[in-house]
Design a protein. Structure first.
Length: 271
């Protein structure tokens, strides 16, 4: 899979790349932004220069991530307006407290915080079950959650329904790479898609068709002599104005049956 490439760091090609990535015509973008299609065309070809307000309006209509809004601003000759702080910066103390509260409050069930590239930022103690038996080389910083999920020497070797989970994660990652314009995600997709498994266990073609009683596809992962069945939800911060905060996601894992819930409660009690 190839991400949409931008070869010129100037406003026109960048704008065009985002419009094409969103599959929006010049006319449709112009209508939403309240300008003429001719003006959008002139902006893309460099015959017109946008104001800062126009850059922000077009970026908003195209749902451009904050990191790339800064890039559009710089390409148009303006200073970036969205700060990018480290997670441990003093200014993000309230964010860290919120994350700690969510992670701790989700015990005894696993929860992790990841960045835009699916690298692990934080986790609660229950998430340790995903790291059991994982080789040291996969735990070197930055630890990538999707790599751990599908690598045959990590969770990929413990998933009883690997084909279903693999198909879902690769499809999700491909869409995220295409919509975000993040080349790191495209590279990660290609790496994960190239993993091989014994007996074609990860072949999406063998994934079962959903039945009438199915609600969602859980992860069915072995943990010692137990099989845990988990589904996930993902949450993000609303209305972020910091690049780092806008790229954080909280993935919480929930038991899909009472046996799994009891097993996870027992794991916490044993600790």
């Amino acid at each position: 899979m190839e991400a949409v490439a931008v070869h010129e760091e100037s406003f026109g090609p960048l704008l065009r790349s985002w419009r094409q990535r969103r599959r929006v015509s010049q006319l449709d973008l112009a209508i939403e932004a309240g300008v003429s299609a001719r003006h959008v065309s002139f902006l893309e070809t460099g015959r017109a220069r946008p104001s800062r307000e126009m850059v922000m309006r077009l970026a908003e209509e195209l749902d451009v991530p904050l990191r790339h809004r800064n890039r559009l601003l710089v390409a148009a000759g303006f200073a970036p307006i969205y700060p990018e702080r480290e997670v441990h910066a003093p200014e993000l103390e309230a964010v860290r407290q919120a994350l700690d509260t969510i992670l701790a409050g989700h015990e005894p069930y696993p929860a992790v915080v990841v960045d835009a590239a699916w690298n692990l930022v934080a986790a609660n103690a229950a998430a340790g079950l995903f790291l059991e038996g994982v080789p040291e080389e996969l735990l070197k910083e930055p630890v990538n959650v999707l790599r751990l999920s599908l690598h045959p020497d990590a969770l990929g070797g413990r998933l009883l329904n690997l084909a279903e989970v693999r198909a879902h994660l690769l499809r999700q990652l491909r869409r995220q790479a295409e919509s975000s314009g993040d080349g790191r995600l495209a590279e990660l997709h290609d790496e994960l898609a190239a993993y091989t498994y014994p007996d074609a266990a990860g072949d999406a073609s063998v994934a079962h068709l959903p039945g009438p009683s199915d609600i969602l596809v859980p992860m069915r992962v072995t943990a010692g002599d137990r099989v845990l069945s988990l589904f996930t939800t993902i949450a993000t911060f609303g209305t972020p104005l910091d690049v780092t905060v806008s790229e954080l996601a909280i993935e919480t894992f929930w038991p899909a049956d009472e046996e799994t819930a009891a097993a996870l409660r027992a794991r916490i009690s044993e600790r």
